[in-house]
Design a binder for this molecule. Structure first.
Ligand SMILES: *[C@@H]1O[C@H](CO)[C@@H](O)[C@H](O)[C@H]1NC(C)=O
Ligand SMILES: *[C@@H]1O[C@H](CO)[C@@H](O)[C@H](O)[C@H]1NC(C)=O
Ligand SMILES: *[C@@H]1O[C@H](CO)[C@@H](O)[C@H](O)[C@H]1NC(C)=O
Length: 636
């Protein structure tokens, strides 16, 4: 039951080819099982049920998505699942394909191990090993039709050109899907589609499609061919199978237009190299594999790892950490702007918590973990440097600084409603990723508007995630300078140190209220009532005057009242008592689903955000003479 055994059996997994029946989208093209068995079938099945129902929730609550992943990392049998459907299916057909695939996949494999089901319309897979970033290109397969077409040579040439073009274009297309057709002559038309899973890199997409091309090539001149390699899919036919779907203009993605055999030749050469690299890295992983908790194999980013910068390079990049280069002071240390000799602009964080950090070895493995987190709403950790008593972290630089500057600072009132709503949704997505999609659940613990950076297009990037993990467990919640900022921090965490992902949900709700109202959470308003932002929001909710909360600098013609009320309603759901708070993926679903629901949140406990928790740590953060003022919920 070692992980090595799991991997070996995973690779020799058996494939069986199923019959293709007439309905093109819901016929099973292929099914396969992975030959390992779960350590604890009860845990495994519960995890599997959760990932499958989460996939379905994502599909049914987001119109127009064609790709979803989900994971339940609960040991000893975590489950990772992925679903993909062809972009020419509309949402209801995509969901129908999922439902059919789910029924198939549940009943197909005898062991409690991984399974995959391939349909013409979609693909579903789960494993107890993370596979979404996988670049393995060795177990692909094909299925050919059994009718040779009449204009053999012209058809073969046309299909070959069409496939070459579609393979070259797909990795460059956002969403990795292309559909196209080409005239053969004599009334015959060749149709083709290509698709890759959205999480892999363009290079991996290219490699996967090339492996599929090698297979499908031998189907021509049959009238039909399909090939697949894990998530990527390639299909051609002499009859249309994506009726009514807008074809991709391939010429936009092809250099110099037209197809070229030499291009494919070069790429097949590249594929051989990629295979070599894959085999080599796999071997390398076997040799040095530790009993790691994540169990991911062949994750490309893990091999690259964070960059170890030279101390002197960072000192000169940040002009000796001069005052002019200082960008801000965060809970974990000061941040400086720096310019490397190659012209790249970076942000360098000088960690002020060196003495609290458990051990240096720990530091490096945590940094490695954080640098593996890639999501468009999370700030990228590029590398680090540790020298004697100094620890430096290097991040991408964000020219638009942080959200607080746009809400209350020198640029206040400059964000319109659309930009604010994008920030609300993006931040929720980033947190949902940290909590539920990354292979380790990372709780941020210090979500606040100054920790949300804005990129050039005002899309949010959450900063400082993972750093709270560097602190010893029993200290984090006591020292608010390091984890948690009063006014944003959930009451159960401040008072009892109870940590769960719902702590971030609470802080997120407070940030949403700040975004909508343009008011700081810990500014005390005196007139007409003495109250903090959260108290104000709950009072207005109870008096049914929610719209009074909205920032006056927002253009009233620009937003829709229902959307605004929905935003406030969701923020209030997030600040309820911890058991009643939604998870961040539920928040994403609520925000992105259409229509308005009348939320009935329940009033929480309030904490006075200006009361300080003592900084010196005794073991129990709240003794009988606690200095935290708690206003118990009154009435209702
Ligand atoms: C998983 O779901 C199936 C079908 O919905 C159900 O029969 C089974 O009891 C569930 N198992 C667990 C462990 O939740
Ligand atoms: C989706 O497409 C199918 C045909 O493929 C059609 O029958 C169905 O009505 C469509 N559904 C929606 C909601 O547009
Ligand atoms: C595709 O080719 C097969 C085999 O030659 C033929 O029977 C079928 O009618 C063709 N379909 C179309 C739409 O031309």
């Amino acid at each position: 039951m070692t992980s090595l055994w799991k991997i070996v059996s995973f690779i020799v997994a058996t494939y069986t080819i199923a019959v293709v029946i007439s309905d093109p989208q819901l016929s099973v093209f292929q099914k396969a099982c992975s030959n390992y068995d779960a350590t604890n079938p009860v845990v495994f099945r519960a995890n599997r049920n959760k990932t499958l129902s989460n996939l379905r929730l994502q599909l049914s609550s987001n119109d127009g998505i064609h790709f979803a992943i989900s994971q339940q990392p609960i040991q000893p049998d975590p489950v990772y699942a992925m679903f993909q459907c062809r972009n020419y299916l509309n949402s209801s057909d995509c969901l129908a394909c999922f439902d059919s695939a789910e029924t198939q996949i549940r009943s197909y494999c005898p062991l409690d191990g991984g399974a995959r089901v391939f349909y013409d319309g979609c693909f579903l897979r789960y494993e107890s090993i993370g596979f979404v970033d996988q670049i393995l290109v060795s177990d692909n397969f094909r299925l050919c039709g059994n009718n040779v077409i009449s204009q053999e040579t012209t058809f073969a040439r046309t299909v070959d050109e069409l496939l070459s073009d579609i393979i070259a274009a797909t990795p460059k297309i956002n969403g990795y899907f292309a559909a196209s057709s080409r005239e053969v002559g004599g009334g015959t038309i060749a149709y083709a589609v290509a698709q890759c899973p959205e999480r892999i890199s363009p290079t991996a997409c290219n490699g996967c499609l090339l492996a599929a091309y090698e297979k499908i090539n031998s189907c021509v001149p049959q009238s039909e061919g399909r090939a697949s390699d894990h998530g990527c899919f390639l299909r051609y036919s002499n009859s249309t199978f994506f009726n009514g779907y807008k074809e991709t203009d391939l010429s936009l993605f092809l250099k110099g237009g037209g197809s070229s055999k030499t291009f494919i030749g070069a790429m097949v050469g590249g594929l051989a190299f990629l295979l070599f690299v894959a085999v080599f890295t796999l071997w390398f992983q076997f040799l040095r594999r530790k009993p790691a908790k994540e169990g991911d194999i062949l994750v490309a980013t893990e091999l690259r790892g964070p960059m170890n910068y030279r101390y002197n390079d960072l000192v000169s990049a940040a002009k000796k950490f001069s005052e002019q280069n200082k960008l801000g002071e965060g809970g974990f240390g000061d941040v400086y702007k720096g310019t490397l000799t190659n012209g790249k602009v970076i942000a360098v964080k000088k960690l002020a918590i060196w003495k609290s950090i458990r051990a240096k070895a720990d530091f490096e493995s945590e940094v490695k973990l954080i640098s593996n987190v890639h999501h468009r709403n999370l700030s990228r950790l590029l590398g680090y440097c540790s020298k004697r008593q100094e620890l430096l972290l290097v991040y991408e630089y964000m020219a638009n600084t942080s959200l607080d500057k746009f809400l209350f600072g020198d640029r206040c009132g400059t964000l319109n409603w659309k930009q604010r709503f994008d920030i609300i949704v993006g931040t929720a997505r980033g947190l949902a990723y940290l909590h539920e999609e990354f292979h380790v659940c990372i709780i941020h613990r210090d979500i606040k508007s100054s920790n949300i950076l804005l990129d050039d297009h005002f899309q949010p990037r959450i900063a400082d995630f993972g750093l709270a993990r560097l602190l010893p467990e029993d200290q984090t919640h006591i020292n608010t300078r390091f984890a948690g900022t009063l006014g944003y921090t959930a009451p159960e965490y401040v008072i009892n140190g109870q940590l769960s992902s719902r702590v971030d949900t609470y802080s997120y709700g407070v940030v949403v209220l700040e975004i909508i109202s343009g008011r700081r959470s810990n500014d005390l308003q005196l007139e007409p009532f003495t109250e903090y932002l959260l108290e104000l929001a709950w009072r207005l909710h109870e008096e049914d005057k929610l719209m009074d909360l909205v920032d006056r600098s927002l253009d009233i013609n620009e937003y829709n009242t229902d959307e605004m009320k929905k935003g406030i309603g969701i923020a209030l759901l997030c600040t309820q008592s911890s058991v009643a708070r939604p998870s961040m993926s539920e928040v994403v679903s609520l925000l992105t689903s259409k229509g308005f629901s009348d939320y009935r949140p329940t009033r929480p406990t309030f904490i006075d955000p200006n009361t300080r928790v003592p900084n010196d740590s005794s073991n129990s953060p709240v003794s009988s003479n606690a200095t935290i003022a708690i206003t118990e919920a009154s009435g209702r």
